[in-house]
Design a protein around this ligand. Sequence first.
Ligand code: LMR
Length: 397
Amino acid sequence: MFESLQARPTDAIMALMQLAKADNSPNKIDLGVGVYKTDDGATPIMKAVNLASARNLETEDTKSYVSTIGNADFRKHMLELIFGADYAPLQEGRIASAQATGGSGALRLGAELIWSAGGDAAVWVPTPTWANHSPLIGSVGPEIKQYPYYNKTTLGVDFDDMLTCLKDNANPGDVVVLHGCCHNPTGADLSKEEWDILAPFLRDNDLIPFVDLAYFGLGHGIEDDTYGLRLVGTTCPETIMAASCSKNFALYKERVGLVAAITNSSEQAGLVQGQFGALQRRLTSMPPDHGAALVATILGDDELRKVWSDELDEMRGRMRALRQQLSDALRVQGAELIADAVVNQNGMFSMLPLSVEQITALRERHSIYMMNSGRLNIAGANSGNIPHLANAILDVL
Ligand code: LMR
């Protein structure tokens, strides 16, 4: 049986992670995988997570199964965090949700829901998008189509082209994947004004938003980073959302995520919730509880919640400061556009207009690792090595 298998191409993000790990140069700057790092290159456990861990260890008295839709406290606190406790669809019981195995598990459950609903809805993703979006969603069944998003010349969002493409080509009932904030891989987000146009556009064209909220809290803060999601959720009759706790709780390996669907009525929400449970049962039976229980403990306790949100603010502030520093260092004649983009983009990523040759030169000449697409993770730099990074970028440019 196994002889018939073909080798699969290695995932580019995972391959770069290994390549950077193997480089022992003291000048190495790893701007690859989307993981937050401190100034000394560590990805520490957040303080609130350590405190919640100690507390849960004391109180946890069973390892028995939880449920196919996961930890109920986690779902409740996460929904309130993401949407706000007074969000109308939440108050009206119109949101179905399930804990998922990371943000990827949430995307998978969302895709399974779309496919289960039958019909021939295509799923539209931005160009470019997170490298795993199309494989992850497409392997469930729906056809994947692409809409223009990032312009590598202006280093901004091609909003008009995005709307024109969807207007001319998407069919009623199609699903549109949107990055709620901190667009991966470009860092170029829709402005509030653009969300204000997009939300009624989606409703009027009968398109269903599927919002990926992998980095919320790391752009401008929870409220701002969920603006678009909350808006489409009250404008469009149906919305799907996949959230991750990998980055904002630094719980990467614990695989903590949440899928949610805003529906027309509480009856429909009950039905969709049942679907989520059944879909998860058939995929992995149940999501792991450990990380979700940590998040539930943190969000359910005022003191721990404050410790967490203060540290999240610090992380966001550090990335903003690094963006500013890199932007200042790049602000020389001819590189102004890049300097502007770096400081204006959000979250961990920016996408620089570099060729594969230039990126290879960065790696080979300067031990600087970034994706061949030009995506860099600003959190991988530090205040000490930004001058080296800026000089190297200017050198290959
Ligand atoms: C990334 O884009 O680097 C992260 O989301 C990690 C991953 O799984 O790809």
